[in-house]
Design a protein around this ligand. Structure first.
Ligand code: COI
Length: 358
């Protein structure tokens, strides 16, 4: 269902000699550690994308001077493919991830990737690794598109050459339990005029130290606040944040410091369809804390492709710990999460046309 699928690109396919499927334990799949037999790669040189190929997954030989390593021109995406009841495979909202990938590329002065290369590369790779798509409940094939600068040059400038790759990894949800999160008011993830809305490596790099500090205090994840006042909630870094306040779905609006999440957008559309009122606006920390105290905030969750819908169980803020409602009782988020999964796994009609069935 993409325009780009009408003309078939020349993609070279080199099959792996052996499959690692037989030595992979599908009951033990930590996020992002087990890769399938193949990957897709393409190279950008002389102003065009070349060498489209599916090849055995494995190391890539590179100069230690490549600019991605030194100056951080690197972007990525995350999307998932799901096993359908009839055994076919469906990729969820690939068009949204494709669009966002090119938005990230533009912000980082990188070339855009044409839709036909992204989509046909994806389809060819998934077909080669078709047996790797899990069929257990809550499991999927996580797809990681990535692009990075490959000029072996230490001058600070946008690279002239790049590599694009698609990696695939069978996986369950990123988080296994309700989260204990800390509202971060010292460090920041993103600032106005910066790159917060782009899915670029540096956004994740700068989050690691504050995250490690929070882990020492027993937290699973941070809630980032705005860089200038620390009074407004932004996102979680690995996911967007959604709350239920007075029966309405409330989520920080996307802006230059917040990633425009595909799962966030999907949940908003599903909630509206189900008749739940949705507010996308600035959300203050005070409103969240007051809502927990007076009981008007009944649900809170992280929403992302990797994270899926993960309940927030406890929130730490300025040395106090606030315990939220029992996740089992959260009818709005549990209802939307179920609907979302039913669509992804082909258990209910896909009214929005989100599934690309291969
Ligand atoms: C995703 O949800 O796909 C992400 O990219 C989050 C990731 C950093 C774990």
């Amino acid at each position: 269902n993409f325009n780009s699928m009408t003309e078939t690109l020349d993609i070279k396919i080199t099959k792996a000699d052996q499959t690692r499927l037989t030595v992979t334990d599908f009951s033990q799949l930590p996020f992002g550690k087990v890769f399938t037999d193949h990957m897709f790669t393409a190279d950008y040189e002389d102003g065009e994308w070349k060498n489209l190929q599916v090849l055995p997954y494995g190391p890539i030989l590179m100069s230690p001077a490549i600019s991605a390593l030194h100056y951080g021109q690197a972007i990525f995406e995350g999307l998932k493919a799901y096993r359908q009841p009839d055994g076919r495979i469906s990729v969820f909202r690939a068009d949204k991830n494709f669009e966002r990938f090119n938005k990230s590329a533009a912000r980082m002065s990188m070339p855009s990737i044409p839709e036909d290369i992204f989509m046909q590369g994806l389809a060819t790779l998934i077909q080669a690794d078709e047996k790797w798509v899990p069929s257990q409940e809550d499991y999927a094939l996580y797809i990681r598109p990535v692009m990075f600068a490959t000029d072996p040059y230490l001058g600070v400038k946008a690279s002239d050459t790049y590599k694009f790759a698609l990696l695939t990894t069978p996986t369950g949800p990123y988080y296994s339990n309700a989260l204990k999160v800390k509202i971060e008011t010292e460090y920041t993830r993103a600032d106005d005029g910066g790159v917060g809305y782009a899915k670029t490596a540096g956004n994740y790099a700068r989050s690691l130290y504050p995250f490690e500090e929070a882990k020492k205090e027993g937290f699973d994840q941070l809630i980032w606040t705005d860089a200038s006042t620390h009074e407004f909630i932004e996102e979680a870094g690995t996911a967007n944040l959604i709350f239920v306040i007075n029966g309405k779905l409330v989520t920080p609006s996307v802006r230059s410091t917040v990633l425009d999440g595909v799962t966030r957008d999907t949940i908003i559309k599903l909630a509206k369809k189900a008749g739940v009122e949705v507010e996308e606006r600035r959300v203050s920390v005070q409103e969240i804390i007051a809502g927990i105290k007076d009981g008007s905030l009944t649900e809170a969750f992280a929403a992302g492709t990797a994270a899926t819908v993960t309940h927030i169980g406890e929130i730490g803020y300025q040395g106090e710990l606030y315990t939220l409602t029992d996740p089992a009782t959260r009818s709005i988020s549990n209802g939307i999460a179920k609907k979302l999964n039913d669509i992804r796994y082909g258990l209910t009609p896909d009214e929005f046309g989100w599934n690309w069935v291969l």
